[in-house]
Design a protein around this ligand. Structure first.
Ligand SMILES: *Cc1c(COP(=O)(O)O)cnc(C)c1O
Length: 404
């Protein structure tokens, strides 16, 4: 059979792909640093970073070299063997964090799925079988597998998929009393994003996180930080929890971890990990040598003073430019987030216009994301050049001039 002839354009999307996304009208075909080009050769400045993934921009020469070198050695071997890149990467993650054991998977959802399973298994084995309650927060996001979407705090993502896993409760973000009301001896874990990403770039307060740590200690519950979006340099430290000076029991990473190559990790302590045994959990691709070799390089590059301190410098330039824009158009209510995870909260009267604003920006050649309700999200490369930032902000200004 010869495959049917189709035009490789946005119009073909609906005939080919499950209708769960609404991609932009143009199709990117090439990227370099913080710029991407579409099929027509039009160039865009990328503040989306593939949703906080391409932290070193597109086609980084060192990552390309690593990919090419490792691809000539070994792509995949499965977990019936271990491999050098996985061991080296695990060693680095352990050296730089609170953790002493690592599980590798392929997406944020899978890392969280492993975290929730570990928390329940640990508490069921160590304490009693009824200690399986997970507390999470409204508006949180932990991925799209059925367990993670049920733990997530947006029922629109978990309704109509049949009976949900039991033993999951939701509290109000940054409201410690709402947690105190539902936590008890049967709670096995509290899971939280230190900055709610998909929920609208909403940071947790330091006092809230400290109180969660104390509650977890009091009730023998595990504290899980979902740093899928905030980890690996995004906020100017390798992990966001370092800013809070509170350590979790379990940490999950994905997005930036592979710089664009799919990989995720769940980190925990030796004590908690020791409850698991051979065959209790697993994945075919997890710890794949190709992914781990790239991730190792991503960490080598990001975990340097130059890149990490550059995050704050780039943020300052972005804020400066955004203030100029807001002086002219007066449409931002607030700019929030940390490091290069930035949420621009629109004034109420502009919230409905957010997709117009994004589309006008595309037309001018600059790419942003949204988050939550009425929030423009920026999660660009951590090594974005100043000229790219300034040019991108100029294009944003022109886009707004056209539609406002
Ligand atoms: C993106 C994200 C996830 C899900 O990651 P996937 O790789 O899409 O499965 C989970 N948690 C947080 C905080 C995220 O931002």
């Amino acid at each position: 059979m010869i495959s049917k002839k189709i035009l490789i354009t946005r119009d073909s999307f609906n005939q080919l792909i499950l209708p769960i996304y609404n991609p932009a009208d143009f199709i990117p075909i090439k990227g370099k640093g913080s710029r991407i080009w579409d099929q027509k050769g039009k160039e865009y400045i990328d503040f989306s970073g593939g949703i906080a993934v391409t932290s070193l921009g597109h086609a980084h020469p060192i990552l390309n070299k690593t990919l090419s070198q490792q691809s000539k050695k070994l792509w995949h071997i499965s977990n019936i063997f271990t491999n050098e890149p996985a061991l080296r990467l695990a060693n680095k993650l352990i050296s730089y964090s609170f953790a002493s054991r690592v599980f590798f998977a392929n997406s944020g959802a899978e890392a969280n799925e492993a975290a929730f399973k570990l928390a329940r298994y640990y508490s069921s084995k160590k304490y009693h079988i009824k200690k399986n309650k997970i507390i999470s927060f409204y508006n949180s996001f932990h991925g799209r597998t059925f367990f993670t979407v049920s733990v997530g705090g947006q029922s629109k993502y978990s309704d109509f998929f049949g009976p949900k896993p039991a033993g999951i409760m939701h509290a109000v973000f940054n409201d410690i009393n709402s947690v105190k009301k539902i936590i008890d001896e049967n709670t096995c874990a509290i899971v939280i994003e230190l900055i709610q990403g998909e929920g609208g770039i909403v940071p947790a307060t330091v006092s809230f996180i400290k109180e969660l740590r104390e509650l977890c200690n009091k009730y023998n519950a595990l504290l899980i930080f979902d740093e899928v979006q905030t980890g690996i340099g995004r906020t100017g430290k390798l992990f966001l929890y370092e800013h809070y000076k509170v350590k979790p029991d379990i940490l999950t990473l994905a997005k930036s971890l592979g710089g664009g190559f799919p990989i995720s990790a769940m980190l925990t302590t030796k004590k908690i990990a020791s409850i698991m045994n051979v065959g209790i959990h697993g994945t075919t691709y997890g710890g794949n040598p190709l992914a781990c070799a790239i991730s190792e390089k991503v960490i080598d590059i990001i975990n340097t003073k130059k890149v990490l301190s550059g995050v704050e410098k780039k943020l300052k330039i972005i804020i400066f430019e955004l203030n100029i824009i807001n002086k002219r158009f007066n449409l931002f209510k607030e700019i929030r987030g940390k490091g290069l995870l930035i949420g621009i909260v629109l004034k109420t009267q502009y919230i409905k216009k957010i997709s117009n604003i994004l589309n006008a920006s595309f037309l001018e050649g600059v790419i942003f994301l949204t988050a939550g309700n009425g929030v423009i999200r920026l999660a660009p490369s951590l090594i974005m050049r100043k000229i790219d930032i300034i040019e991108g902000m100029r294009r944003f200004y022109r886009a707004l001039e056209k539609i406002l």
